[in-house]
Design a protein around this ligand. Structure first.
Ligand code: TPP
Length: 573
């Protein structure tokens, strides 16, 4: 005889789930007890359920397998929401098992009762409540199949009295659907696109994470077309290394050579990307888009020629039809511009070098020379991190520094809240990554604002022996908002953070806490933090005035920045 809860846990363990993240509580008791007895899934009890959902989403993104998180009745489940939205928008298959009031009370506005099927209806591809044992295993199968096939969130709500119900004697063993086969776009589409590409003088590729498993084909495409390749942030991992065609990112975090290469091309070829920023697509180009989802075609910019299929088999079918022997002028121009931008960036990490306009504007305020530049922190991490390190970055300026200074050579991986754009993601995602493999180096690049939002779960790293390196860009600010305000010509308001000494907080929470505030000590501190084989928090006091201007700042933004600085200076006098 087995129960609903036991069936769920057994089936999930057999599906490859290795961790369950959540906070225990009444309605979940039969399920968490089944986890305890089964022993194949590690229970990781967090301090806030949002952390559970972010961690499960991180695991799903890194492995392609199902992530699992749990929240108990009402508020415990509501707390999952933000992390589940991140999973949804990152296309991560995650199952959330939520508690519910006893079945006889459902609908009576009982204590803590929330209608989960309605609550999760926007975030989930499947959200249903199990009210009897006879619905199993069908509801579980549908939930897992929906999450896996539609790369999204499934929510299974289990009232307290249902988890412990015995299954009927003839209950089936759950069976999950195999993955869908990858298919190429139709031949007629491929032939049409081959002609467009062969006729074009210059082609620039914008490549997203949909192409991550097609590295060889994408490189061959760039070679055949002599095309510069702009990578989205999410495509950096896997595609940046050993790639002479790549010219970094575009968009707010990007670099001017990427935007220019897109502007200069006759044809822009979007490969496996849903890059959302409309303003950063070039105008009046012939646009080709390859995506496995027909619904993604043309939703960011007008598209002239569509290829609907998976990237790898479609490019494999397209490549033989592309002419060889094209001029490499367009490629060389873009690569040269990119290399000189990289060199200028590298000089920014040199503390003695600040001759830029930005540096001069900054010096209107106060003398920043003694403070650590965040760029230098990212550059030091890049130098000393392992070639297979997993990086996570918080929404905020740390994502900018990471995208510009951390290179994704070797087998490094990268996670962030790059589609939802939630703060506080880096720490929980790092916990999720580390629980998959405690021997692999995991580095969380956290904003001080982001870290403090879910601070309690630093302790989870200690409790579960997750030796993450948390690096805090401690600028005492909501830095990205400060930048937005200044670009809009507003004086800085509401962005200052009255932080405690974050390293000391970490120490009292049982982590190794290190604090560094002088540029001279930075490199040594980064090495020491990365060498620790325990949870460590490196609190780097960085210069809050260090901002990054977008690669194509409009005159209005540049003026706004100058005016804001002048206002702040006058007001401080
Ligand atoms: C949950 C959430 N709240 C608010 C925002 C808006 N927001 C985006 S970045 C940011 C500031 C981030 O500050 P911090 O974590 O200190 O990083 P910094 O930009 O200073 O590096 C804010 C408030 C958000 N994206 N997510």
């Amino acid at each position: 005889m087995s129960t609903v809860a036991e069936m769920i846990v057994r089936a999930l363990a057999e599906q490859g789930v290795t961790s369950a993240w959540g906070v225990v509580g009444d309605a979940l008791n039969p399920i968490t007890d089944a986890i305890r007895r089964d022993e194949r899934i590690e229970w990781i009890g967090v301090r806030h359920e949002e952390v559970a959902a972010f961690a499960a989403g991180a695991q799903a993104q890194l492995t392609g397998r199902l992530g699992l998180c749990m929240g108990t009745v009402g508020p415990g489940s509501i707390h999952l929401l933000n992390g589940l939205y991140d999973a949804k928008k990152s296309h991560a298959p995650v199952l959330a098992i939520c508690g519910q009031v006893p079945t006889e009370e459902i609908g009576s506005n009982f204590f803590q009762e929330v209608n989960n099927d309605v609550l999760f209806s926007d975030v989930a591809v499947f959200a249903h409540t199990v009210t009897s044992a006879s619905q199993m295993p069908q509801l579980l199968e549908q939930a897992v199949n929906a999450a896996m096939a539609r790369h999204g969130v499934a929510v299974l709500t289990v009232p307290g009295d249902v988890g412990g119900l015995e299954l009927p004697k003839d209950a089936r063993v759950p069976q999950f659907a195999p993955a869908r086969a990858e298919s190429a776009a139709p031949q007629a589409q491929i032939e049409g696109v081959a002609k467009v590409l062969n006729d074009a003088e210059s082609v620039t590729l914008l490549v997203g994470m949909g192409a991550r498993d097609a590295r060889e084909e994408v490189l061959q495409l760039a070679e055949r077309l002599e095309s510069p390749m702009v990578l989205t942030l999410k495509a950096k991992e896997g595609l940046e290394r050993d790639n002479r065609f790549q010219i970094g990112q575009t968009g707010l975090i990007g670099n001017p050579s990427a935007a220019k290469a897109l502007d200069d091309a006759d044809v822009v070829f979007l490969v496996g990307t849903d890059f959302p920023y409309r303003d950063w697509y070039p105008k009046d180009k012939t646009v080709v888009q390859l995506d496995q989802e027909a619904a993604h075609i043309g939703r960011r910019t007008q598209v002239d020629h569509a290829l609907v299929g998976h990237v790898q088999p479609t490019l494999e079918a397209l490549l033989p039809s592309l002419d060889r022997g094209r001029s490499d002028k367009h490629l060389q121009k873009a690569v040269k511009a990119y290399s000189s931008w990289v060199e200028r960036q590298r000089r920014l990490t040199d503390p003695d070098h600040d001759t830029t306009l930005l540096g001069r504007i900054r010096s209107i305020g106060d003398n920043p020379d003694e403070r650590i530049r965040p760029e230098s922190v990212a550059a030091a991490l890049d130098r000393h991190a392992a070639s297979d390190a997993i990086f996570t970055s918080d929404t905020g300026m740390s994502t900018v520094w990471l995208s510009r200074f951390i290179t994704f050579s070797g087998r490094r991986r990268l996670l962030g809240s790059y589609n939802l754009g939630s703060m506080a993601n880096a720490m929980p995602q790092a916990l999720g990554a580390q629980a998959l493999d405690r021997d692999r180096q995991v580095i969380a690049c956290c904003g001080d604002g982001g870290l403090m939002m879910l601070l309690g779960d630093l302790r989870t790293a200690v409790t579960y022996r997750l030796p993450v390196t948390f690096v805090v860009f401690d600028n005492g600010r909501l830095g990205m908002v400060k930048l937005e305000q200044e670009e809009g010509g507003l004086p800085e308001f509401g962005t200052q953070l009255d932080n405690p000494v974050i390293a000391s907080v970490a120490t009292s929470m049982g982590l190794k806490g290190l604090r560094v505030s002088s540029p001279d000590d930075l490199d040594q501190a980064v090495q020491e933090a990365l060498a620790a084989r325990e949870p460590v928090l490196l609190d780097v006091v960085t210069n809050p005035d260090e901002v990054s201007l977008p690669p194509k700042a409009t005159p209005a933004e540049a003026w706004g920045f100058a005016i804001a600085k002048a206002k702040e200076t006058l007001e401080s006098r």
